[in-house]
Write a protein that binds this ligand. Structure first.
Ligand code: NAX
Ligand code: K
Length: 490
């Protein structure tokens, strides 16, 4: 089962693995043609109703694989309005090959001459809102005809995630006859790569066609995992996340590395709660940080109320960098987590306490393999075995885990994603603090599992960029300033 957002990410990851979208379109079109061949004998008439996006592009390809049939490709719109390069190229190939095509500017011009099969390639996952003209009339004509209707990816007008007519959830009027939103009633649906959540509810026969997207496109993080995380251009201060780092004491570098990393990953405001004896040092690292001193030289149980008060004003907490493993710090972590119910990244010395604390918080734990074992988890050399062990331990503790290693493993107890970015130069101290800050900034704007997977991905990219320039002599402070480039999703 895959959502349309995740499909777009997997599509982009496939392209990054070297399987370009045009190849996926070729495979999709071929799968559609196979379905038509299973449905009708050679010589049958096939009308392909095509939209101006890649759903239409799939049908332009399918027409090429139906040479034994009497095909007519009907584009609902002008060829110049075809939205993507790969669809335009496939349309041009049809015209050069003199495969029968027709362009329909106005729905009134659309007259189907009783085809045996209709291929519905008007809209797929790109549908927005209730069907507009000429798709609306075309859908009606397809439904009124006695042709067998084969829908490409999803029947036009249906939201692939919900199975409902597109636009019906938004409360917008669904057209003149309210309530009866027009959508294609398909006999068959050929969907790509994996089942879509909304298709099971339809009374159509669904075929899931493998279109050559390697499993690695889902298993490993890639550029597609960043889609939709880029900053919203008209956002206001604070909407891109506010993060509180709770740390410092025996160490001062760690909390400031995490804080700067959270800023560079996109958080609007980052505050650091640390013992007042090191507040000046932490502030000295960067004017961009808002530092809140806690009385004394170690974070301890007496600071829990203040820390909870500060945490309430932030979207995510990063708990642990530089806290030290003293008894007072452990007492603080235990007490804080037992009362905090927001979202927190837990790293370094704070990790040990997690399995024994009953918390309402959504945690993202970022242990390396040694810390995982200290927490009670298990590890293995074989990546698949290690992934399974991380997944079951995440399920056992009820939190998201990001286990760092040459290949990082992220899991929320259900999904698992591996990250291959990064390099041996990143074993230097402090890169874990940078990672914790990046995950914290992402946890402020997306779900914990995605924050963990993407955090590992961009932290590794930043480390790779640093290694590019200075080999394995890179240090943790080289990473934060390379995170913005790693976060760009184009
Ligand atoms: N993501 C993937 O991995 C792959 C996707 N492919 C195909 O690409 C499709 C998605 O393509 P696109 O993203 O270009 O989008 P679509 O082709 O689904 O639809 C976008 C087009 O429809 C128009 N449109 C949107 N809402 C409308 C409405 N309510 N009424 C009338 N017109 C409307 C838009 O103006 C745009 O021209 C998938 O459904 C699938 O068929 C395949 O090529 C295989 C690979
Ligand atoms: K369709």
């Amino acid at each position: 089962m895959i959502t349309t957002d995740r499909m777009a990410a997997v599509d982009a990851n496939a392209a990054a693995l070297g399987v370009p979208r045009k190849q996926l379109m070729e495979s999709s079109g071929n799968a559609v043609a196979r379905e038509v061949r299973a449905l009708a004998d050679p010589g049958a008439s096939v009308d392909l109703l095509c939209g101006r996006g890649n759903n239409g592009g799939d049908a332009f390809v399918a027409a090429r694989f139906l040479s034994a049939y009497d095909v007519t490709v009907r584009l609902l719109g002008r060829p110049e309005s075809i939205r993507t390069e790969i669809a335009r190229e496939n349309w041009a190939a049809l015209e050069r090959a003199e495969i029968p095509t027709e362009t329909v500017a106005d729905a009134a011009d659309l007259a189907l001459d009783g085809p045996d099969v209709i291929v519905d390639a008007m809209l797929g996952s790109g549908v927005t809102g209730a069907l507009r003209e000429p798709e609306r009339t075309a859908a009606r004509l397809a439904n009124e005809s006695d042709a067998a209707v084969v829908a490409v990816d999803v029947p036009s007008g249906i939201d692939a995630d919900t199975g409902e007519p597109a636009g019906s959830g938004s409360g917008e009027p669904t057209g003149s006859d309210a309530g009866s939103a027009v959508r294609v009633e398909a006999d068959r649906v050929v969907t790509f790569h994996d089942e879509k959540p909304g298709l099971a509810a339809l009374d159509a026969e669904v075929t899931v066609a493998d279109i050559g997207i390697p499993a690695a496109a889902e298993r490993f993080t890639g550029p597609g995992d960043l889609l939709g995380l880029a900053r919203d251009p008209d956002s206001h201060k604070g909407e891109n996340g506010e993060v509180l780092v709770i740390g410092g004491g025996p160490y001062t570098g760690a909390p400031s590395l995490s804080a700067r990393s959270a800023l560079r990953t996109g958080a609007d405001l980052v505050r650091v709660a640390c013992p007042e004896t090191v507040a000046g040092t932490v502030q000295g690292y960067s004017a961009d940080l808002i530092v809140r001193g806690l009385p004394g030289d170690r974070v301890g149980p007496a600071h829990v109320d203040r820390a909870l008060e500060l945490a309430a004003g932030n979207d995510a907490v990063v708990l642990g960098p530089g806290l030290g493993d003293g008894e007072s710090a452990s007492e603080f972590v235990r007490e804080f987590l037992s009362r905090y119910d927001g979202r927190a990244v837990v790293d370094a010395d704070a990790l040990r306490v997690v399995p024994e604390v009953d918390t309402g918080a959504e945690l993202i734990c970022t242990p390396h393999q040694g810390e995982l074992v200290e927490m009670g988890g298990e590890t293995a050399d074989d990546p698949d075995e290690r992934a399974a062990l991380v997944r079951s331990f995440a399920d056992e503790i009820g939190h998201t885990l990001l286990v760092k290693g040459a290949v990082d493993v992220a899991s929320d107890g259900d999904a698992v994603r591996l990250n291959r970015t990064g390099n041996p130069g990143m074993t230097v101290g402090g890169t874990g603090d940078v990672l914790a800050g990046a995950v914290g900034a992402l946890a402020a704007v997306t779900d914990p599992f995605r924050a963990a997977a993407v955090g590992a991905y961009v932290n590794g990219l930043a480390g790779d960029a640093a290694a590019e320039e200075m080999g394995y002599g890179l240090v943790a402070t080289d990473l934060p300033d390379r995170l913005p480039e790693a976060m760009r999703d184009e």
